[in-house]
Write a protein that binds this ligand. Structure first.
Ligand code: SF4
Length: 376
């Protein structure tokens, strides 16, 4: 990212009324650690500008370049790190290779060991592909031994450069459902369960006292601001930063070097985009039984699959929302005593039996007003 862009992000976003104490700066571009740690040390100084406003920083990385200087940077900036690991070696190395075609599993595990030795907590994002579906037990055992602070599964998407997902087929839906049922069942049965994002999300939806969702984070203007290296801005879904329209232009809505954030939010392009996205969310709310768990899906996936924002169901949501939620709900019902179901509102039983990690679960994470600034 260009230094002038960093300076504009500092003045236009971080040192503005828009910024909140809970806002998070997330470095998420290819492999952020391919740029030296000193660059980030300087970038954090510029972004914060001595105000103390940048309190939460997160990197998403494959951890293969994580060395002692990086450990120092993570420690001194109290930055979090999410490591991309798909599961055991055979599975991870199927899709995650370096430029010479070698699997990156060993490098990722070396990075994780460094984090553990330094006492730095890490989370994991594991991409689920068709290859994962036959191995839920092996995957659960692997991650249970790895012990991330929190595990999130990311369904392989057809989006941007990845034009095809191995999961977007009718017959795959029941296999994805069974995959998540088994992962959740194993976790519920374990004396020392993992924190798993998808399970916490379903439980939070079931025990939430605040009713129906107003929308997912990606459907609300201003909750996500993604900024590219040259200052281009995308709102709503971060993937829109690299989404190319039919005419070859990008699905971005402005440039932070040329406009203020307020001007971008108030532009005709953003107001139109917001209107279409909200129409799609209303369709979702009125037609979909999964709305409480989903909040209306991802604008980027809707756009990529249908060319429009003002639609409801997509392949992505059938797999990543509907099949996932169904599998976890089945595991919850199987773990509950016969006489109680989540629908009966027996929250004590639900928490005790299937959500021992529930002390970590906010009432409903999708209702939190956390903002996410994604920098590339
Ligand atoms: S699961 Fe699909 S159709 Fe249902 S609310 Fe989500 S995006 Fe809309």
């Amino acid at each position: 990212m260009l230094v002038p862009v960093l300076r504009r992000v500092a003045t236009e976003i971080i040192q503005s009324e828009y910024w909140r104490p809970s806002s998070l700066v997330l470095w998420h571009a290819g492999e952020p650690m391919s740029i030296g740690h000193d660059w980030y040390r300087n970038a954090h100084k510029i972004l914060d500008g001595g105000t103390g406003r940048v309190r939460r920083i997160q990197f998403q990385s494959n951890a293969t370049l994580l060395d002692e200087p990086w450990i120092e940077l993570l420690s001194e900036s109290k930055a979090g790190i999410g490591v991309s690991v798909d599961g055991p070696e055979w599975l991870h190395n199927l899709h995650r290779k370096d430029r010479s075609g070698r699997g990156t599993f060993d490098g990722a595990m070396r990075g994780v060991e460094r984090l553990k030795a330094a006492g730095i907590p890490f989370t994991v994002i594991a991409t689920v592909t068709r290859n994962s579906l036959d191995a839920p037990d092996e995957i659960f055992d692997f991650f249970h031994a790895l012990r991330p602070q929190k595990l999130a599964f990311s369904i392989e998407e057809a989006e941007g450069a990845n034009v095809r997902s191995s999961l977007y087929e009718i017959e795959t839906m029941s296999r994805v459902e069974e995959f998540f049922r088994q992962i959740a069942t194993r976790n519920f049965a374990h004396a020392d369960p993992l924190r798993i994002r998808e399970i916490e999300g379903v439980i939070a939806g079931l025990i939430s006292p605040v009713g129906r969702l107003e929308g997912s984070q990606e459907t609300q203007l201003g909750r996500i601001v993604a900024i590219g290296a040259t200052g281009n801005v995308a709102l709503f879904s971060p993937e829109l930063l690299t989404t190319v329209r039919g005419d070859g232009s990008y699905e971005t809505v402005g440039n932070i070097l040329q406009q203020t954030l307020s001007e971008i939010f108030a532009s005709d392009a953003v107001l139109k985009q917001k209107e279409l996205i909200e129409f799609g969310v209303r369709l979702c709310r009125n037609t979909c039984g999964f709305f409480d768990q989903c909040g209306g899906g991802s604008p980027a996936n809707k756009l990529f699959e249908t060319g429009r924002y003002d639609v409801n169901e997509t392949w992505y949501c059938r797999i990543a929302r509907q099949a996932t939620v169904r599998g976890i709900e089945v595991a919850i019902q199987q773990a509950m005593p016969k006489s109680s179901t989540p629908e009966m509102g027996n929250l004590g039983v639900l928490k005790r039996r299937v959500a021992p990690q529930s002390s970590h679960i906010p009432p409903n994470p999708r209702h939190s007003k956390q903002q996410l600034i994604i920098l590339q």
